[in-house]
Design a binder for this molecule. Structure first.
Ligand SMILES: Nc1ncnc2c1ncn2[C@@H]1O[C@H](COP(=O)(O)OP(=O)(O)OP(=O)(O)O)[C@@H](O)[C@H]1O
Ligand SMILES: [Mg+2]
Length: 214
C-alpha cells in the first residue's frame, strides 16, 4: 500500500486541494483509494460527501479523533492534514507516510512560514534516513508575477527535497471541488494545462525517488 501525505503548517496552502486531487486521480486509474483526514475541519471528508455515487469510489476515513483504521486492501492511502502542526504532532504524522508533498503559496507570508517548517520536516530522523521522502510544489501560481519568481527561486534552493511542480491558480480546482471531483475528472479541454502540471507529481510518486530506501 502506498501512503502519501500532504503537509504544511501554514493554513490555506492547498493541502486539501492536493490531497483530494490525488485521491481522485488514483481512483480514476482504478485503484482502491482511502482518503484519510487528520483535520478536524474535515475539508477532505466534505469534498467526499459532495462526490456522486456514480464516480469511482474513494473510502473516507476520519483520522482526526485518533483511532482509525485503513483497510489493508487499499492501494493508496492519501492523508490530508491540518494547519499548525508542529512538535510531537508533526513527528507522529511523519511516521505514517512513505511520501510527503508540501504545497507552498507564492506569498511573502507563506514563504516565510515555509522556511522553518521545511527545515523541521527535513531535520526529522525518518526524513534524514530516507525512510520517508519529501517533495515541494508551488501552488496557486500566476507565472508572470514577481512573487511567483521569488517562490520559484526559494524552492529551487531547498536542498534535500526536490521542487517537482507548479500548479497554476485556476477556478478549475474550485469547480471540481464543489462536486467532489478532481481536475482529472473535469472535461480534458478545460483542464489540460492542469493535468500537465500534475504529471511530474504523479511521476515522482510513481518513482523510487518518492519511496523509502532500504
Ligand atoms: N491552485 C489553486 N487555484 C485556485 N484555488 C486554489 C488552488 N489551490 C487551492 N485553492 C483554493 O484555496 C483555498 C485553500 O485551499 P485548501 O483548502 O486546499 O488549503 P489547505 O491547506 O487545506 O487549508 P487548511 O490549512 O485550512 O486546511 C480553497 O478555497 C481552495 O479551493
Ligand atoms: Mg485543508
Amino acid at each position: 500500500m502506498r501512503s502519501i501525505m500532504v503537509l504544511n503548517s501554514k493554513g490555506g496552502s492547498g493541502k486539501s486541494t492536493v490531497a483530494t486531487n490525488l485521491a481522485s486521480y488514483y481512483a480514476t486509474q482504478g485503484r482502491k483509494v482511502v482518503l484519510a483526514d487528520f483535520d478536524p475541519q474535515s475539508s477532505s471528508m466534505e469534498w467526499l460527501s459532495a462526490r456522486s455515487s456514480g464516480r469511482k469510489s474513494i473510502l473516507g476515513v476520519d483520522a482526526s479523533a485518533g483511532n482509525f483504521r485503513v483497510p489493508r486492501s487499499a492501494d493508496y492511502v492519501i492523508y490530508d492534514t491540518p494547519a499548525a502542526v508542529h512538535g510531537k504532532q508533526l513527528n507522529a504524522l511523519l511516521r505514517r507516510a512513505q511520501s510527503i508533498i508540501i504545497p507552498i503559496l507564492p506569498s511573502p507570508i507563506d514563504m516565510r512560514a515555509a522556511t522553518p517548517f521545511i527545515q523541521k520536516v527535513l531535520d526529522n530522523g525518518r526524513i534524514a534516513r530516507k525512510e520517508c521522502r519529501v517533495a515541494l510544489i508551488a501552488n496557486r501560481c500566476r507565472e508572470n508575477t514577481n512573487v511567483y519568481h521569488q517562490l520559484d527561486t526559494f524552492l529551487r534552493k531547498v536542498r534535500k527535497a526536490p521542487f517537482i511542480s507548479v500548479l497554476r491558480e485556476t477556478q478549475n480546482y474550485n469547480k471540481a471541488a464543489e462536486r467532489g471531483l478532481g481536475i482529472f475528472e473535469l472535461a480534458p479541454y478545460l483542464a489540460r494545462k492542469d493535468r500537465d502540471q500534475w504529471e511530474p507529481i504523479i511521476k515522482w510518486l510513481a518513482s523510487k525517488r518518492s519511496m523509502p530506501t532500504g
